[in-house]
Design a protein around this ligand. Structure first.
Ligand SMILES: Cc1cc2nc3c(=O)[nH]c(=O)nc-3n(C[C@H](O)[C@H](O)[C@H](O)COP(=O)(O)OP(=O)(O)OC[C@H]3O[C@@H](n4cnc5c(N)ncnc54)[C@H](O)[C@@H]3O)c2cc1C
Length: 461
């Protein structure tokens, strides 16, 4: 519980209008996209890095946690004030400072919403590929902190591949910059890469230097549907092996199709058991040629219907289906365990098969969908809280899935991060020495464990 004296010092730093301790606000900032709640002591909305620096210096002096927060769409509980303290929201740092069409770069503040930035960039004929399904509301600061990916990661990479430099505030309050504004730069350690994906535990990002690319001339979307899941996953492996790299290659199993159909009329044949959504981009001639080849592969591997979107509206409505999965799942069952495992692409058929076995063994509803093209599958274990023992069963199934993923040469999280939801599984993937080295880095950045404590590592570092 923060002392009144500390609250008034915070109010002095950010201004009385930019701090709240009202119960309504505390509740609003007590949760993110994970179904857990922890009340903060206060919520603040600083205007710039100077105010953030002053807040962190005060936090070190008075020993209270500070938890950075963008839009609160995180899937691993990164913004939850599990040890109380102050939630620091970046919504007022929301300026696109520069889009440099000569150098194909941009400078933004962390509170800019990803999708809005993309629209502005595209007005200049440029392109910022990272596209989390949450892009309509998630912030670039949150994307940097989680190293967000999305369907485009298959061809274009993830957030880290576009960040050339950062301005950030250390947990002890010093403002510093990392990286470069140029396309290349190898001076010193790559602190930019260390901070990208550090889940708000090493620094608060206050400015982001990004690289952009030219916008592809055209895109084309294909939907292929299958009577069995094996044929769909085999098709993914064949497309990749065929040396066409789609700009998106997404997979939905029968459960996720059923789930979206509760809210959207998809008009799919009743025996549809899996579908692939594929986007190709580039110049018109290449895209048409690649589309012919991809359609042929889909049919050869057993797709019984392959549809090519005839125009951008048709393509958009197909992608809306994909974006609707997470919200539909949350509406159907807010208590779900949401994992985002990654396996080598050739192992997708294997892992999907193992997940099916685990699902049948434990008699659980497990919904799988995601970025099949880069091996990143979202595995959602739906639990009914009212059934005794269901949560324990789901935890056991999760652990078994993780074991299978690691044995297949995969990793536990492709884009959602560790946060609190996967902290207890960290040692399954990382050797003790690596975890200890990471903890040492955390202690160098944050000697008093002020910034977003209790995340990534289980308990105190
Ligand atoms: C429907 C839905 C679909 C999603 N789809 C995807 C997807 O396709 N791909 C994907 O990668 N993720 C996805 N996500 C997860 C989430 O949207 C991403 O992790 C996103 O990057 C979080 O952004 P945010 O602004 O909401 O960050 P928040 O949730 O507010 O914060 C996330 C983490 O970043 C830290 N943080 C925030 N701002 C800063 C800052 N300025 N400096 C330092 N740390 C900071 C926080 O402390 C926290 O640890 C999805 C979420 C939802 C709800």
């Amino acid at each position: 519980m923060l002392k009144k004296k500390v609250i008034s010092k915070l109010a002095k730093i950010v201004g009385q209008d930019n701090i709240s301790t009202s119960q309504e606000d505390l509740v609003c900032y007590s949760y993110d996209a994970v179904n857990k709640k922890f009340l903060p002591d206060a919520v603040i909305f600083p205007a710039d890095s100077g105010e953030i620096s002053a807040v962190l210096k005060l936090a070190n002096k008075e020993q209270f946690p500070v938890i950075p927060r963008g839009a609160g769409t995180g899937f691993s509980g990164g913004t939850l004030p599990i040890w109380g303290g102050v939630v620091l929201v970046t919504s007022r740092l929301n300026q696109i400072i520069e889009i440099d069409t000569d150098n194909l770069t941009a400078v933004v503040e962390p509170g800019v919403v990803c999708g809005e930035f993309q629209k502005e960039v595209e007005k200049e004929g440029l392109y910022y590929p990272p596209d989390p399904a949450s892009l309509a509301f998630s912030t670039l600061g949150g994307n940097v902190a989680e190293c967000a990916g999305g369907p485009h990661a298959l061809k274009y990479g993830v957030t880290r591949d576009y960040v050339t430099g950062l301005e950030a505030v250390l947990p002890t309050g010093e403002i510093f910059t990392t990286g470069v504004k140029t396309m290349k730069g190898v001076v010193g350690y790559d602190l930019t890469r260390l901070i990208v994906g550090s889940e708000g535990t090493l620094a608060i990002v206050t400015r982001i230097y990004l690289r952009l690319i030219p916008k592809p001339e055209t895109t084309l979307t294909i939907m292929a549907i299958f009577k069995n899941i094996e044929a769909a996953t085999r098709t993914v492996a064949s497309i990749i092996k065929g040396k066409t790299v789609p700009s998106k290659l997404e997979f939905m199993d029968q459960e996720s199709i059923k789930c979206v159909e509760t809210y959207h009329n998809l008009n799919l044949p009743s025996d549809t058991k899996a579908l692939l959504l594929i986007e190709l981009d580039g110049d018109l001639i290449t895209v048409e040629r690649q589309a012919d080849s991809v359609e042929e592969i889909c049919r050869e591997q057993g797709s019984f219907r392959v549809d090519r979107a005839r125009n951008s509206q048709e393509a958009e409505s197909l992608w809306e289906v994909r974006q609707a999965i997470s919200p539909s799942l949350a509406q159907l069952n807010p208590t779900k365990i949401n994992e985002d495992i990654v396996v080598p692409r050739s192992k997708i058929p294997y892992i999907i098969n193992q997940i099916e076995k685990i699902k049948n063994n434990y008699q659980l509803q497990i919904v799988s969908f995601g970025h099949a093209g880069d091996g990143n599958i979202h595995v959602n274990i739906m639990i009914d809280d009212k059934i005794p023992g269901e949560k324990e069963k789901a935890d056991k199934a999760t652990k078994e899935i993780f074991q299978e993923v690691l044995e297949a040469g995969g990793t536990l999280s492709g884009e959602h991060g560790i946060g609190i939801t996967k902290a207890s599984y960290l040692a399954m993937e990382l050797p003790e020495k690596e975890i200890e080295l990471m903890k040492k880095i955390k202690r160098v950045f944050d000697p008093n464990e002020i910034l977003n404590p209790g995340k990534i590592f289980y308990g105190k570092v």
